[in-house]
Ligand binder design. Structure first.
Ligand code: NAP
Length: 247
C-alpha cells in the first residue's frame, strides 16, 4: 500500500506510535520515528518496528515542543530518508489533576507538547508536501477532546485544539492535494493508561460498548487507512477509535 513512500511518526517508540510505525513500515514505507531521547528503549523499539530488518526504520531524537528542533529534524529526515509523504503527529503526554491543583507547568507542558508540538512538526514538513503536491497528515487527538473529562482539563483542551488545527490545515492545503485528518482514540492499553488507577479504569470500562479495552493496533489500522490512497477523498475528519466509549 505504501511502497516508495516516506513516513514520520512522532512518539513512535512505544504504545500507539510504535504500532502505527510498524504498520506503515509493513506496507512498504520508509519510516522515521521520533522520541525525545536516543535511549536503549528507543533503539529496541526500532528493531521491533522492523522485525525483518529491512533497514527502512530510522530514529531521530527531537523534543517536539521546540520549533527549532522540529525544523532541524525535518531537514535531517528529508536528507536521510527522502521527501516525506505521511506525517503522524502522535507524541503526547498527560499531567492529570483537578483544575485548581494543576500547576502552570502541568498546563504549559501538555499544551507545548500535545498541541504546539503537533503544530511545529506540521509546519516543519508542510512546505515539502506543498512542493510535491501530496501528503497525508494524521493527528492523534483523543475522545476526551470531543467529550471532555474530569481531571484532564489541560489534556482535553490540547486535544480539542488539535481538532481545530486539523480542520484548518485540511482547508488551507486541500487544493495542494494534502489531506489532514485526526484520530480520536478512546482507552488504549499503553504506558500512558497504565498510570490510571483501578477505580478510573473500572469507570472507563462501564462506558465501552464493545466491552474491551483498545489495543495500539486498533488505532494503527485506521492510521494505515488514512495514510494510504484508500482514503484519498477523506480530509478534515475526526474519526473515533474508542470501542463505542462516546457514541
Ligand atoms: P505513550 O505510550 O506514553 O507514548 C508516548 C510517546 O510520545 C513516546 O514515544 C514518547 O517518547 C513520545 N514523546 C513524549 N513527549 C515527547 C516530546 N516532547 N517529543 C517527542 N516525543 C515525545 O503514549 P500512548 O498512549 O501511545 O499515546 C500516544 C498518543 O495517543 C498521545 O498523543 C496520546 O495523547 C494519544 N491518546 C492515547 C490514548 C490511550 O488510551 N493510550 C487515548 C487517546 C489518545 P519519550 O518519552 O521517550 O520521548
Amino acid at each position: 500500500m505504501l511502497e516508495g513512500r516516506c513516513a514520520v511518526v512522532t512518539g513512535g517508540t512505544r504504545g500507539i506510535g510504535k504500532a502505527v510505525a510498524a504498520a506503515l513500515l509493513s506496507q512498504g514505507a520508509k519510516t522515521a520515528v521520533i522520541a525525545t531521547k536516543d535511549t536503549e528503549e528507543a533503539r529496541k523499539a526500532l528493531a521491533e518496528i522492523d522485525p525483518e530488518g529491512t533497514g527502512r526504520a530510522y530514529f531521530y531524537a527531537c523534543d517536539i515542543s521546540s520549533p527549532e528542533a522540529c525544523d532541524e529534524t525535518a531537514k535531517k529526515i528529508t536528507e536521510d530518508v527522502g521527501k516525506v509523504d505521511i506525517l503522524v503527529n502522535n507524541a503526547g503526554i498527560t499531567r492529570d489533576n483537578i483544575l485548581p491543583a494543576l500547576s502552570k507547568d502541568d498546563i504549559d507542558s501538555v499544551i507545548d507538547i500535545n498541541l504546539k508540538g503537533t503544530m511545529f512538526m506540521t509546519k516543519a514538513f508542510i512546505r515539502g508536501m506543498v512542493r510535491q503536491k501530496s501528503g497525508s497528515i494524521i493527528n492523534i487527538s483523543s475522545v476526551v477532546g470531543l467529550m471532555g473529562n474530569k481531571g484532564q482539563t489541560n489534556y482535553a483542551a490540547s486535544k480539542a485544539g488539535i481538532i481545530g488545527f486539523t480542520k484548518s490545515v485540511a482547508r488551507e492545503y486541500g487544493r495542494k492535494n494534502i489531506r489532514c485528518n485526526a484520530i480520536a482514540p478512546g482507552f488504549i492499553e499503553t504506558r500512558m493508561t497504565d498510570a490510571l488507577s483501578d477505580a478510573q479504569k473500572e469507570e472507563i470500562m462501564k462506558l465501552l460498548v464493545l466491552e474491551r479495552l483498545g489495543k495500539p493496533e486498533d488505532v494503527a489500522n485506521l492510521a494505515l487507512f488514512l495514510a494510504s490512497d484508500a482514503s484519498s477523498y477523506i480530509t478534515g475528519e475526526v474519526i473515533k477509535v474508542d470501542g463505542g466509549m462516546y457514541v
